[in-house]
Write a protein that binds this ligand. Structure first.
Ligand SMILES: [Zn+2]
Length: 326
């Protein structure tokens, strides 16, 4: 049973309008009634962008000082256990409203946005970040949020609340990888199982897989297969490290998966001027790299980006093994 607090604070979806329309209305309302959110979006007007041409692909750097909270967050077990969970309903700010989704998740406005519309979609319960049990609702959410991309950061790959299950959503097509994976020259169909096509993307500076299908059940079973294979190849019983972007367009789901081997690159942990505060999660690894520090925004070059991507993503040989085990 959901607590009374959730019902009194958050509205269920109203019939008629689509979820996409409702969350746009929510954002407009919240900008008027929640000063912290209004300030976050005002700060977004001041961000700067810089394109960096890398070998075979390009990325956009986004100078966004407000994201220091997320990029600089301590995500080790001790720090997490000692802080108050900011996604739990009881600790949300008084002004924060949301939309209850299928009695399981709350669609909330993110007060430190990277995008012109940026949402956090958190479970109503304080349960660990873990994708396997939530694949079905992940795909449903992407379908109900037409025009948006829903993304997932693994608990050790950029989730700033690894102890509280959540997704995020942004307008579709803003993360460069979403457009890049559509380029025919990059796509290699490696497998078709039932109605699910699996592609590898080449010449992209990091390894990723793309699953496409109009069949949600088939897609879920392919994802479960992929997770099983990753666990085996990466020799872990925990959730394998990964970031996932999912969108639904023309009756078809597209899921972009970045298998990871590391969360933060070595340069993140250097001291003084040698430190580069890039903490790659879905958005960054997708090609929109957030730099909360101005020095990094000005100095990060193609070599730095390529090295970071190589360091935090799995190698080609590991990806080949993962595909072989699917
Ligand atoms: Zn929580």
């Amino acid at each position: 049973m959901l607590s009374q607090k959730i019902y009194s604070t958050f509205t269920s979806r109203s019939a008629g309008d689509s979820l996409s329309e409702q969350i746009l209305v929510l954002l407009d309302q919240q900008k008027k009634t929640w000063p912290q959110l209004a300030e976050g979006y005002k700060a977004l007007e001041l961000i700067r962008l810089r394109k960096v041409e890398c070998d075979g692909f390009s990325v956009h750097l986004q100078f966004n000082p407000k994201r220091i909270v997320s990029s600089g967050a301590r995500v080790d077990a001790k720090s997490i256990s000692e802080r108050k969970c900011f996604l739990c309903v009881d600790s949300l700010p008084e002004e924060q409203k949301g939309i209850l989704y299928r009695d399981q998740f709350l669609v909330l406005c993110n007060p430190a946005p990277i995008f012109s519309q940026h949402y956090t979609i958190s479970n109503v319960n304080h349960i660990p970040q873990e994708i396997e049990k939530f694949l079905g609702i992940f795909f449903l959410l992407a379908k109900d949020l037409a025009g948006f991309t829903v993304f997932y950061n693994g608990p050790k790959c950029g989730a700033s609340a690894p102890d509280h299950m959540h997704f995020q959503a942004c307008p579709s097509g803003v993360i460069p990888a979403e457009r890049d994976v559509e380029e025919v020259r990059r796509r290699e169909l490696i497998r078709k199982v039932g109605a699910v096509s699996c592609f590898m993307i080449s010449d992209y500076g990091r390894r990723l897989l793309v699953l496409e299908s109009a069949d949600a059940a088939g897609l879920e079973s392919s994802m479960l297969n992929l997770l099983r294979s990753m666990k085996k190849v990466l020799a872990t019983t925990e959730e394998p490290m990964l970031n996932i972007l999912c969108s639904f367009h023309q009756n078809t789901w597209r899921v972009i998966i970045f298998p990871r081997r590391k969360h933060r690159p070595d340069v993140y942990f250097r001291e003084g001027d040698a430190q580069v505060l890039i903490s790659p999660a879905s958005v960054d690894i997708g090609g929109l790299v957030i730099t909360p520090i101005e020095k990094d925004f000005q100095t990060v070059d193609a070599t730095m980006i390529q090295n970071i991507f190589e360091e935090v993503c799995v190698s080609k040989s590991v990806l080949d093994k993962i595909i072989g085990g699917m």
